[in-house]
Structure formats: C-alpha cells, structure tokens
Ligand binder design. Structure first.
Ligand code: NI
Length: 203
C-alpha cells in the first residue's frame, strides 16, 4: 500500500514536471541564433566560489582548483547505484587522459549528504576510484550553497529497503574550465570517452 501511494506520488510529480517543462519551453524567448537550442551553453551561470572541506580534512576553496579542468559530480557515499557508476565513469575518463592532460584535470565528488559524509567517509570512498578525485564535504549551509550554484536537485527519501535514508538526486557530470568557467554537462548517455575527448580537445 505504501509503495502504491509512492508510485502515485512519483507519477504525479513527473506529470507536474513535464507540464512545467512544457510551460517553460513555451514561455522562454528564442535563444540567439549562435546558441543551439536545448544544448547547455558554455559560460552559463553554473558553478562559482565555494569553501568546503576535502577528504583529507583540509579547508579548500574554488581558487585552490584554479588552472585545473574539473569534472564535478554531486552524490553521496551511501548511494546504492547511480553514484558509484558515475564516479567510476569520472575515474575511467581520467585514466583515458594522457599524462599532460591528467596533470591539468581533477575530479570533484561533492557530497549532498554532509550529515553522514564526513571527510573520513569521503576519503574511504574516493580512494576506491582514482587518486585525482577529491571528495568534498562541508556544513549544511556550505553544501546547500554549492548545490544551488550547480542547480542540483536532491530529495531525501525514507526507504525501509535501505538502512536509514537515501537521496534521489540529479546526476550530471559538469566540466568546469581552468578559470572556473562552466564548459559542458554530461548525462548518463555520455561515456568516459566523451568526457576525456572534451578535455583533450581543449589542451
Ligand atoms: Ni547517487
């Protein structure tokens, strides 16, 4: 019964989202001819300054990654399925880069679950994937701010099938450039080659 209600709620939410999406599409002005419609455009207002705590317990800010291409992903270490796949994708992309490109690229795994994802938890997690992936956590306010900056969607869900709770969340990989500028966004259809090729093309 609980699941039935959940299903109805999900379907209803999806209908609202689709309806809202259609309304938005209809009311949005036509993009300038130089920008392909429906494609995330470089220079969009995504990203920005932050101060967080890395997986070694050090306070770091956006400026600490200056000069680096960054593959940014938001998730949480208790995520049962999507996050491990996406962080593994970032690790695979890093492995595809040559030494020169790798030296200029950092993966950033930013938690959306700061209550459970302590620096130590983040460290144990990112170390499973690649030495050039940095885990970032922080206070609820700090995480909330950076999630807003990247337009990340997240909703906590109590699920008896899992211990405690899970968080449904958007799962895009953002490519941020050396000056902190937004370059591109990748979804589940984009493989590690797409990420690596995009970086290599700019180096
Ligand atoms: Ni996840």
């Amino acid at each position: 019964m609980k699941y039935r209600l959940l299903q109805i709620a999900i379907v209803f939410t999806l209908i609202i989202m689709v309806a809202t999406g259609i309304a938005l599409i209809q009311t949005q002005p036509t993009p300038p001819a130089s920008q392909p419609a429906g494609v995330a455009v470089a220079g969009a207002p995504i990203g920005g300054d932050f101060t967080l705590t890395n997986h070694l317990g050090e306070r770091v800010s956006e400026a600490d990654f200056s000069g680096q291409f960054r593959l940014v992903y938001f998730g949480f270490t208790h995520c049962p399925d999507v996050c491990p796949i996406d962080v593994a994708k970032i690790a695979q992309a890093l492995k595809l880069l040559d030494d020169r490109a790798l030296a200029r690229t950092t993966g950033l795994f930013i938690t959306i679950d700061p209550s459970r994802d302590t620096p130590e938890t983040m460290r144990n997690y990112v170390e499973l994937f690649h030495p050039r992936i940095v885990g970032l956590t922080g206070s609820h306010a700090e995480i909330s701010q950076v999630m807003d900056q990247y337009k990340v969607y997240a909703a906590k869900v109590e699920d008896p099938a899992y211990v405690d709770y899970i968080i449904n969340h958007s799962s895009y990989i953002y490519l941020i450039g050396p000056d902190g500028e937004f370059i591109d966004i990748f979804g589940s259809d984009d493989g590690p080659e797409a990420l690596a090729d995009r970086i290599t093309s700019m180096i």
